[in-house]
Design a protein around this ligand. Structure first.
Ligand SMILES: C[S@@+](CC[C@H](N)C(=O)[O-])C[C@H]1O[C@@H](n2cnc3c(N)ncnc32)[C@H](O)[C@@H]1O
Length: 201
C-alpha cells in the first residue's frame, strides 16, 4: 500500500495522461485478470503493485481478515443514505485492523461519522485540497493530522446531529440503522441543529 501511495504521489493518477494510466491499469489487468503476463513484462515498469481484493459484505469479510492496514479509504456511498459502513461498530472493526500510525481517509465530512471516530479514540481532522475542505482524516497519531477540525466542527459534535449510526450486530439493514438513529436523536437531550444555529450563529 505504501508503494501504491508513493506511486500516486510521485506519478499522479488522473493528471499525467492516458499512457501512464494505461500502463498502470494494464499492470493490474495482466497481474490479476489475464494469464498473459509476458506481453507486458518488458514494457511495464509498475510491476511491484499488489492488489488483494475481497468480495462480500465488508462487515463480515473484514472480521475474518487477519491483516493490519496502513491506510483505509472509506468511500461507501453517503452515510445519510447508506450508513452500513459508517456505523461506530463497523469503524470499531476497522480500528481493530490498524496500527498506531494508520490513517482512515474519506471524502465524507459527516458529523456522525466524525463523532464516531472521536468516540473510538481517533484524532480527527480535515483533508484540504486547494484550500477547500474536502473530507476527513483520522489516526491515533496526532502528528498525522495536518488540518484540525474547526471550532464550528467541534461545536457540531455536541448536537444531536453528532449521534453516531449504530449496528452492534454488524448485520442491520441501512433502513433499520437510520430508523434507530432517528429514535436516538428524538430521545436525546442534546441540543438540536436548529437550537445550535440560533445559539451560535
Ligand atoms: C461510492 S462506491 C465506491 C467506489 C470506489 N471507491 C471507486 O472509486 O470505484 C461505494 C461502494 O461501496 C460498496 N459497498 C456498499 N456497502 C457495502 C458493504 N456492506 N460491503 C462491501 N461493499 C459495500 C458498493 O458496492 C460500492 O461499490
Amino acid at each position: 500500500m505504501r508503494r501504491f501511495i508513493e506511486f500516486l504521489l510521485t506519478e499522479g493518477y488522473l493528471t499525467k495522461g492516458w499512457v501512464l494510466n494505461r500502463s498502470f491499469l494494464h499492470n493490474i489487468y495482466y497481474n490479476y485478470i489475464s494469464n498473459n503476463m509476458n506481453y507486458t513484462k518488458n514494457c511495464n515498469k509498475y510491476n511491484n503493485i499488489n492488489i488483494r481484493y475481497f468480495m462480500g459484505d465488508a462487515r463480515h469479510t473484514l472480521k475474518s481478515v487477519n491483516l493490519v492496514y496502513d491506510i483505509v479509504f472509506l468511500d461507501a456511498f453517503s452515510p445519510q443514505k447508506d450508513p452500513v459502513l459508517w456505523t461506530i461498530d463497523f469503524l470499531s472493526l476497522i480500528k481493530s485492523k490498524l496500527n498506531d500510525k494508520s490513517v482512515i481517509v474519506s471524502y465524507s465530512k459527516s458529523t456522525p461519522f466524525r463523532s464516531a471516530l472521536i468516540e473510538l479514540g481517533f484524532c480527527v481532522g480535515k483533508t484540504i485540497i486547494d484550500n477547500k475542505d474536502m473530507g476527513t482524516v483520522a489516526s491515533f497519531d496526532n502528528s498525522l493530522i495536518l488540518n484540525p477540525l474547526s471550532d464550528y466542527d467541534y461545536k457540531l459534535l455536541l448536537t444531536r446531529t453528532a449521534i453516531p449510526y449504530k449496528d452492534t450486530s454488524l448485520s442491520l439493514s441501512a433502513e433499520q440503522i437510520i430508523i434507530n438513529r432517528n429514535n436516538d436523536m428524538l430521545s436525546s437531550d442534546r441540543i438540536s441543529m436548529t437550537q445550535f444555529l440560533k445559539k451560535y450563529y
